[in-house]
Design a binder for this molecule. Structure first.
Ligand code: GTP
Ligand code: MG
Length: 248
């Protein structure tokens, strides 16, 4: 019986998707899980892990750039669109590998993947049994309400597009002080806190709207480099895999 949880690691460029893919796979393996890694970034030059399955074996953004004389963004768009034509081959490889957890590292530019029609289509086609999304927020951009609100709005857009159980991760938490992490938690949790901060009215009101939607999961502080917070991600993955309650 197929029982694979496919975990799509999404997030803004440079937020640490590839590093988290590697760290999470290592962590899960250390907990005696059988883990596979699928690299879905056709433009990746260097990866901090060795993928079990690699889209670059089928589609190369650099090759497309040369062949069709396209610029870096146009070639990446074409490359991401071409992934859909290789989904059957990828599914075949996933079935042969048959991992418990398949971690999928997605293309660097979020908008190319999540905000175009192909991304959600690829996610649905690569779903073997169950799937979820991890949205990686760069801590460095979350220290102000403006940065945090922008990141959470992006996360919400991904949730809207892909419509899977989604976990927000505050990566690079090792670059923040404990006070800064607490400040971020306050900005999300404390209803009156936003009013006291002196942000612009737009930022304060957007913060209020994000909170009132109530469906945006509170980010889990993680350090992909230091291996912090991975146990909390694992616990949610296990819940999703075994069909338990979705995280709130
Ligand atoms: N301090 C710190 N640095 C991190 C962490 N995670 C990733 N980085 C660094 O952030 C940079 C980008 O990491 P990547 O994993 O390549 O990020 P990415 O989101 O895959 O990048 P693209 O695919 O190019 O969008 C690298 O220099 C990483 O070493 C972390 O938890 N802490
Ligand atoms: Mg990457």
């Amino acid at each position: 019986m197929v029982n694979i949880l496919t975990v799509f690691i999404t997030g803004t460029a440079g937020s640490g998707k590839s590093t988290l893919t590697s760290a999470l796979a290592d962590y899960l393996e250390s907990q005696d899980n059988y883990v596979g890694i699928l690299n879905l970034d056709p433009a990746a030059e260097y990866l901090p892990y060795t993928p079990d399955i690699d889209i670059r074996d089928y589609v190369s953004a650099r090759g497309i750039m040369r062949k069709y004389k396209l610029g870096p963004n146009a070639s990446l768009i074409a490359a991401v669109d071409l992934i859909i034509t290789k989904v059957d081959e990828l599914r075949q490889q996933i079935s042969e590998l048959d991992p418990t957890y398949l971690i999928v590292d997605t293309p660097g530019q979020l908008e190319m993947f999540a905000f175009r029609d192909t991304g959600p289509l690829i996610v649905n086609r690569l779903n073997m049994d169950k799937s979820m999304v991890i949205f990686v927020i760069d801590s460095v951009h979350a220290r102000t309400m403006l940065g945090l609100a922008s990141s959470l709005l992006l996360s919400l857009s991904v949730q809207l597009r892909i419509q899977k159980t989604q976990v927000n991760v505050l990566n690079k938490a090792d670059l923040l002080t404990e006070e800064e992490i607490e400040e971020i938690e306050n900005m999300i949790e404390e209803p009156d806190y936003l009013e006291t901060r002196g942000d612009s009215e737009l930022v304060t009101r957007i913060g209020g709207i994000i909170r009132s939607i109530g469906m945006i999961p509170e980010p889990i502080p993680v350090s992909a480099v230091k291996g912090q917070g991975l146990d909390r991600i694992h616990a949610i993955m296990e819940q999703v895999l075994t069909g338990g309650d979705k995280p709130s």
